[in-house]
Design a binder for this molecule. Structure first.
Ligand SMILES: [Zn+2]
Ligand SMILES: [Zn+2]
Length: 342
């Protein structure tokens, strides 16, 4: 089969690889669509922390496809079923897994990083990590269940009502999915904060009511909009050292801040020591997703309650992977989600 193989940092090629076999309790899935994440770009560049990648690797963790074959003991699926697959191959035995916190499993093992992923024609996966979806849902949309699962996992710790003001920092894939998620609850305002206005049209299409740039003094502007209070809920999806203090500043007293962004490189930031107490803030960090949030995300997309299709800005054939990666690295045109189709 054809597959994109990153043999070492900065060395990627389309190669002929042996077709994987569905082992005990596994499914062989024919890939329908696979999204490229910035973490795949990091894997190619070699900047992903060493504990979270094993070279050579076939990347791709935001993907879905069709069941081609069932391995021995794999139940609950039939050949031809369409499935989206959780990336985290959690152990099911450790204290975290037993509590249902499968995203925090002590043994990290993830498709596309330490196991072969979806930038290939076929992937063999654990059947218990596969989630079936209706054939009416396009592969490109179902592939978005994975990043949406992260959003859902964090966002359900926030309460959004009709009077809420929601602020979203960083209009990339996660930020725009958070906008879409928040819009389902029809809050009074969803204010997106970006470096520039490049993704404004998309943000509005996903449900944003306002777009501010970091140069607009967004904290002051949001206080103006809310009679001095600030945002009820802040989703931080920018992943930079300045995004965290901004998120805390945007939130009202008693507000909720959900942090998705990874600044990387062990970067540090200085904060007012008493800020959390004085504002009585609810802070939630988000690491990946659980089986439950993955399924919730897929159902949200499948039911049509959250239309993620506008976020797929580019589609390439698997053989054009280099162009697709370059597009994400160089960003010479507005780009959100780039999909590879084998
Ligand atoms: Zn990702
Ligand atoms: Zn575990």
């Amino acid at each position: 089969m054809k597959a994109v193989v990153i043999s070492a940092p900065n060395h990627a090629a389309l190669r002929d690889e042996p077709e994987p076999r569905a082992g005990e309790g596994q499914l062989l899935v024919k890939v329908g669509a696979a999204g490229i994440c910035m973490s795949d770009v990091e894997t190619l560049k070699g900047t992903r922390p060493p504990a979270y990648v094993k070279y050579p690797v076939i990347p791709g963790h935001e993907w879905c496809g069709t069941v081609e074959r069932l391995g021995p003991g794999a139940a609950g699926f039939a050949v031809g079923d369409r499935v989206a697959v959780e990336g985290h191959n959690f152990c099911r035995q450790c204290a975290w897994c037993r509590r249902g916190e499968t995203n925090l499993c002590v043994s990290y093992n993830e498709l596309g990083f330490t196991l072969p992923g979806g930038f290939a024609q076929y992937v063999a996966v654990r059947a218990d990590l596969a989630h079936a979806f209706a054939a009416t849902l396009p592969f490109e949309s179902a592939a978005m269940a994975e990043p949406l699962a992260c959003v859902v996992h964090g966002a359900q710790r926030a309460t959004i009502g009709p009077d809420s003001t929601v602020a979203v920092i960083g209009p990339g894939t996660l930020g725009l999915l958070a906008v879409g998620w928040a819009a389902v609850a029809r809050p009074a305002r969803i204010v997106v904060i970006g470096m520039d206005r490049a993704n404004e049209a998309l943000a509005r299409r996903m449900g944003a009511t306002d777009l501010l740039t970091v140069g607009d003094d967004p904290a002051a502007r949001i206080r103006e909009m809310t009679a001095g209070a600030g945002a009820d809920v802040v989703f931080e999806a920018a992943g930079s050292d300045s995004a965290l203090p901004l998120a805390l500043d945007l939130a009202r007293r008693g507000g909720t801040v959900v942090l998705y962004g990874i600044a990387g490189g062990g970067r540090r930031t200085q904060l007012e020591a008493d800020l959390f107490c004085l504002k009585d803030l609810h802070i939630h960090g988000v690491f990946a997703y659980t089986t439950r949030s993955f399924d919730q995300a897929l159902r949200l997309v499948e039911s049509g309650r959250l239309d993620v299709a506008p976020l797929v800005t580019h589609t390439f054939a698997l053989a054009e992977f280099q162009q697709a990666f370059d597009l994400l690295r160089e960003r010479r045109e507005p780009v959100v989600k780039v999909i590879l189709k084998p």
